[in-house]
Design a protein around this ligand. Sequence first.
Ligand SMILES: Nc1ncnc2c1ncn2[C@@H]1O[C@H](COP(=O)(O)OP(=O)(O)O)[C@@H](O)[C@H]1O
Ligand SMILES: CC(=O)N[C@@H](CCC(=O)OP(=O)(O)O)C(=O)O
Length: 249
Amino acid sequence: MIVKYGGNAMKSLDLRRAVAAEIAALRAEQTVVVVHGGGPVIERELAARGIPSEFRAGLRVTTPDAMDVVEMALCQLNKQLSQDVGHAVGLMGRDSDLLRAEIFDPTLGRVGRVTGVNADVLRALIGAGLTPVVGCVAVGPDGDALNVNADTAAGAVAGALNEGIVFLTDVDGVYRTYPDPASRAAHLTRAEVEGGIQDGWIAGGMIPKVRAALDALDRGAPFAVIASGMHAGALSAAARGEAGTRITP
Ligand SMILES: Nc1ncnc2c1ncn2[C@@H]1O[C@H](COP(=O)(O)OP(=O)(O)O)[C@@H](O)[C@H]1O
Ligand SMILES: CC(=O)N[C@@H](CCC(=O)OP(=O)(O)O)C(=O)O
C-alpha cells in the first residue's frame, strides 16, 4: 500500500512520530511505500529567507529560488521521516529517476507533471525488506529539480506499483459541507468529485488530493482513500475501508 503523508498531519513532532509508528505497525500486515510532502516546513523555510510564494488551484508557484528551498526542506524532512519509520530508505524523486516529470504549466514556474516512475527501484528496496520513503521532488527533462505536489506524486507511485493508496491529511475525509465532519462522504465517484470541484465544495489542497486519487485509479491502483492522520488508529482503519472517503471510478 502507498501512504501519502503530508504537511498538515505532521505539524508537531509528536504527531509526526505517531503517524510513523502507525506506518511501522501497518508494515507487519503489508508492504508500505511512503510518499511525503511537507507544505508547512517549506512555508517556514521560504518565510525565513523572505521568499514569497503563492498557490494556484492548490499548487505552489515555484520560482528557481523557491525550488532550491523546497528541495532543501523536503530532503531534510525525508531523512527525519525515514528515521522515524525505521527499516526505511529515504529517497527523493530525483534519485535514480524515481519520479520523472515535465513542466506542468510555465506560468507556475518549476512545477512538475509526473511522466514516469522508476518502479523497479521501489521493488528492489521492498524486496530487500526496506520501506521506501519518497520525497516529492522530481527530475525534469533538463535534469533539474521540479516541484511536484505530494498528492500527485503519491498517486503516480500507486498507479505504477498497482497498489492501493491512503492519503493522510488533517480532515476525516472529503466533507460535502466543509468544515463539518458530519458531512464526510464515505464514497465519492469521479462525477461527484468533478461536480464538487466545479461547485466549489471541494477546494484548495483537497483538489490535488481528489485528482491524484482519480489518477491513481486510472493508472491501475485498486483503491484510493482520503483519511485523517490526526487520530491514533486512523491509518489502519482507512486501510480496512472503515474510515475516510473512498474515491471510486
Ligand atoms: N470538501 C472538503 N473537505 C475537506 N477538506 C477540504 C474540502 N475542501 C477543501 N478542504 C481543505 O483541504 C485541506 C487538506 O488539503 P491540504 O491542506 O493540502 O492537506 P495536506 O497538507 O495534508 O496535503 C483541508 O485541511 C481543508 O482545509
Ligand atoms: C507544486 C506544489 O504545490 N508542491 C508542494 C510540495 C509539497 C506538498 O505537496 O506538501 P503537502 O503534502 O504537505 O501539501 C509545495 O510546494 O508545497
